[in-house]
Design a protein around this ligand. Sequence first.
Ligand SMILES: CC(C)(COP(=O)(O)OP(=O)(O)OC[C@H]1O[C@@H](n2cnc3c(N)ncnc32)[C@H](O)[C@@H]1OP(=O)(O)O)[C@@H](O)C(=O)NCCC(=O)NCCS
Length: 135
Amino acid sequence: MTIPDNYSCVHAIPSLDDYMRLRRESGLTPRDALAAEAGLPNSFVAVVIAHEGETVGMGRVIGDGGLFFQVVDIAVLPAHQGKGLGKAIMRALMDRLAQSIAAAAYVSLIADGEARHLYAAHGFAPVAPKSISMA
Ligand SMILES: CC(C)(COP(=O)(O)OP(=O)(O)OC[C@H]1O[C@@H](n2cnc3c(N)ncnc32)[C@H](O)[C@@H]1OP(=O)(O)O)[C@@H](O)C(=O)NCCC(=O)NCCS
């Protein structure tokens, strides 16, 4: 599935302002700006979705470059949801990851609510009850 013509999906780290705005407006827990400023440049893979000059979606993978990776910050602004953008973000992240890490690397994520269906389509499966996520 491709995304609508007036959207573009590119490999790029979101700007600090876009990151803070997308987290807030998509309903994710807002993050501290100083922490975001320090963390964003260390993204292993990052994707943004642009629409008419505005960033409307994002996703990142963080990790140590070899052993462990985590999918984070998957977000699409509410007005742009349901158009395949979340799938495009995941596809772009997973394609780049497949090119750059060993098959034995451990890639995990924490799925909020219905987003688990999006992740299941990319091969992610619950680890409970053998393991539970803790934070
Ligand atoms: C999750 C999110 C990124 C999905 O973005 P999107 O552009 O709407 O997703 P898409 O249109 O590409 O596809 C949605 C797919 O994900 C799943 N999905 C995501 N949210 C869903 C919901 N609320 N209800 C049902 N399915 C949902 C479905 O499998 C769906 O596929 P389908 O249309 O073939 O059934 C978006 O809803 C969002 O930003 N939510 C708020 C932030 C958030 O919860 N992020 C995830 C944190 S783990």
